[in-house]
Design a protein around this ligand. Structure first.
Ligand SMILES: Nc1ncnc2c1ncn2[C@@H]1O[C@H](COP(=O)(O)OP(=O)(O)O)[C@@H](O)[C@H]1O
Ligand SMILES: [Mg+2]
Length: 314
C-alpha cells in the first residue's frame, strides 16, 4: 500500500537553509531553492561547488545537517522512500550494465521497479528513445550519445514525476547534446519537472530557470534574463586589432573587474560603471579597436560571480 500522494502543488521542490558538511568542511551552505512543476531548472557552478551534494539531499539520499523542505510535496527528511519512488535520478557518469543489451537493461529496470509487464515497458521506452532496431545491441557498444539516451530512457521508464540529471551531457558531442535536450523539453512539456546540472552555457540558456552555485553558496537564480539583469555588470565588447595585448593591459586595472575573450571579441566588464569608463577611456580613443556597450553574457556573469565568491568565501 502506498500512502496517498499529497495534494498537487505547482511547486516540485521547495527547500530552505540546506547545509551539509563532510569531515568538518561545509560544502553546501544555507541553500534555499524552489522549482516549479513542469519546469526545466538548470543547476550551474564549477566543479566541487556542491551541485551533486545538493541533488542528493533533494531526493532523500543524503540527510542535510540543517535545513528543511519538500520534494514533490514530501518531507526530504522523513519521506525519503516516497520521494525516491517518484524521482528518476541519473547520476554523474551514469552507465547501465555494459554487457547487457539495450532491451535487457530496460527490462531489468522495469523489474526492479515492479512494473507489471517489463517487456512491454522496455519496448515502449525503446520506441520513445528511438532505439528500435538496436534492442539486442550491448549497451557497452553504443556511442556516447546513444548511451545517454538509453540512460535517460531507463530513468524515465518507471514514470517519475521529477527527473534529476547530474551532468548528463558531459563528454557527449554537440549533435547528441541537442537531441538529448529536445527529449528533455518533450518530457517537460508532458508535465515532468527536470533539474539538470551542467557546465554548458548553451544548455543553461535552454532552461526555464537557472541557479548558480559556487563554494556551496547559491549566488544567483532566476530566468537567464533575470540573472543577467541582477548582475549589475557593465560590459563593453571590443573588436579589432591587438586584442590579446589589450586584454593584458586592461586586466587588473581599477574599475576593470573582468576581461574575457570570446572568439574574435573581448568582453571588458566592471561592477562600477563610472570607474570602468574611466579605466577604458585611454584605450577607447586609440586606433584599431571598436568598442560597443553591450549586455554581459551569461558566462561573463558566472565568471564574475565566481571570482567575487572566491574573495568572499575561500
Ligand atoms: N561523501 C563525501 N565525503 C567527503 N567529501 C565529499 C563527499 N561528497 C562530496 N564531497 C566534497 O564536497 C564538495 C562538493 O562536492 P559535489 O557536491 O560533488 O560538487 P559538484 O557536484 O558541484 O562538483 C567537494 O569538495 C567534494 O570533494
Ligand atoms: Mg557533481
Amino acid at each position: 500500500m502506498t500512502a496517498p500522494a499529497p495534494p498537487p502543488s505547482d511547486i516540485a521542490i521547495d527547500v530552505k537553509g540546506l547545509s551539509k558538511s563532510f569531515g568538518g568542511r561545509e560544502v553546501v551552505r544555507d541553500l534555499s531553492m524552489q522549482v516549479k512543476r513542469g519546469e526545466i531548472y538548470g543547476f550551474l557552478g564549477p566543479n566541487g561547488s556542491g551541485k551533486t551534494t545538493t541533488i542528493r539531499m533533494l531526493c532523500g539520499l543524503l540527510t542535510p545537517d540543517s535545513g528543511e523542505g519538500t520534494c514533490l510535496g514530501f518531507d526530504i527528511r522523513r519521506d525519503a522512500d516516497k520521494i525516491k519512488r517518484r524521482v528518476g535520478y541519473m547520476t554523474q557518469r551514469f552507465s547501465l550494465y555494459q554487457d547487457l543489451s539495450v532491451r535487457e537493461n530496460l527490462e531489468f529496470v522495469a523489474r526492479l521497479y515492479g512494473i507489471p509487464d517489463p517487456r512491454a515497458a522496455a519496448r515502449d521506452t525503446i520506441a520513445r528513445i528511438g532505439l528500435t532496431g538496436r534492442e539486442e545491441q550491448l549497451a557497452g557498444e553504443l556511442s556516447g550519445g546513444w548511451k545517454q539516451r538509453l540512460a535517460l530512457g531507463a530513468c524515465t521508464l518507471p514514470n517519475p514525476q521529477l527527473l534529476l540529471l547530474d551532468e548528463p551531457t558531459a563528454g557527449v558531442d554537440p549533435k547528441a547534446r541537442r537531441d538529448f535536450w529536445n527529449e528533455i523539453h518533450a518530457l517537460a512539456s508532458e508535465g515532468l519537472t527536470v533539474l539538470v546540472s551542467t557546465h554548458y552555457m548553451d544548455e543553461a540558456e535552454r532552461c526555464h530557470e537557472i541557479a548558480y552555485i559556487a563554494y556551496g553558496h547559491l549566488l544567483a537564480h532566476g530566468t537567464v534574463e533575470e540573472v543577467i539583469a541582477q548582475s549589475a555588470l557593465t560590459t563593453y565588447t571590443v573588436t579589432g586589432e591587438g586584442l590579446s595585448r589589450l586584454a593584458v593591459d586592461l586586466a587588473g586595472q581599477p574599475g576593470v573587474d573582468m576581461v574575457a575573450a570570446f572568439g574574435n571579441t573581448l568582453h571588458v566588464s566592471g561592477r562600477d560603471e563610472v570607474a570602468l569608463d574611466a579605466a577604458i577611456a585611454p584605450y577607447r580613443s586609440g586606433r584599431g579597436t571598436v568598442w560597443h556597450r553591450s549586455e554581459p553574457s551569461l558566462e561573463d556573469v558566472f565568471i564574475e560571480l565566481m571570482s567575487r565568491s572566491k574573495d568572499n568565501f575561500q
